[in-house]
Design a protein around this ligand. Structure first.
Ligand code: GSH
Length: 208
């Protein structure tokens, strides 16, 4: 498998789950400004022109939450995903969808080239206003637990970690989000997460 990624983007969730899985994979870094990887057109891999994309034996898979689910199903010994049809399985689906639709797509980095919000303090405040209540909901649900579903590491946690990492990247405060801050710090202690963060380096919007 080959993961097309940009440093610190949502593809980080897939990268972490791949690393946690022990599966064989390689990486291809995409420049989201030029939409190229190496000197190749990324649009030929993923016409949607965003990351993540995972090249598998079955073709190129897109949509972060779906890719996470795909990987989770490949490694049955890791319990990344609950048994189909159980209450916890549906809980995981609800969280994946919530993170994808309520957080991921509202979490806009105004300073990133090509983003549709102007790079102003006002834009940043608007993003904060939008994401804060959604983060607060997760913060309160999490309570003193380490992980989101059943207090066990699962496919939803790397995706949530991308969001807490973006709280840092946008220099938002963790005030009233202390459970999420603790979650973020705990995730950073995981060996797989350390390896991935080191390998990805500075976030794509900050690396030039
Ligand atoms: N619906 C997609 C959205 C992916 C997405 O928004 N990716 C961002 C990075 S986090 C991206 O590559 N954006 C490209 C761009 O804005 O040009 C998913 O859930 O995977």
């Amino acid at each position: 498998m080959k993961l097309f990624y940009a440093s610190g983007a949502s593809s980080l969730a897939v990268h972490i789950l791949l690393e946690e899985s022990g599966l064989d994979y390689s990486l291809e870094k995409v420049n989201l400004d030029t939409k190229k990887y190496k000197d190749q057109e990324y649009g030929l891999i993923n016409p949607k022109a965003y990351v993540p994309a995972l090249k598998t034996n079955y073709g190129v898979m897109t949509e972060c939450a779906v890719i996470l689910e795909y990987i989770a199903h490949l490694v049955t010994d890791k319990s990344f995903i609950e048994t189909y049809g159980t209450q916890l399985f549906w809980e995981q689906k609800v969280w994946l969808n919530y993170i994808a639709t309520e957080l991921h797509k509202n979490f806009i980095s105004p300073f990133r080239v090509g983003n549709w919000l102007p790079n102003t303090e006002e834009s940043k405040n608007l993003v904060y206003k939008r994401v804060f209540p959604r983060l607060k909901y997760i913060n309160d649900y999490l309570g003193s637990n380490h992980f989101l579903v059943n207090n066990q590491f699962s496919l939803v946690d790397p995706y949530l970690f991308v969001m807490t990492n973006w709280v840092r990247r946008l220099e938002f405060s963790f005030i009233n989000l202390e459970n999420l801050e603790r979650f973020d710090m705990e995730m950073r202690k995981r060996e797989a997460v350390k390896r991935v963060l080191k390998r990805e380096g500075k976030a794509h919007s900050l690396d030039s």
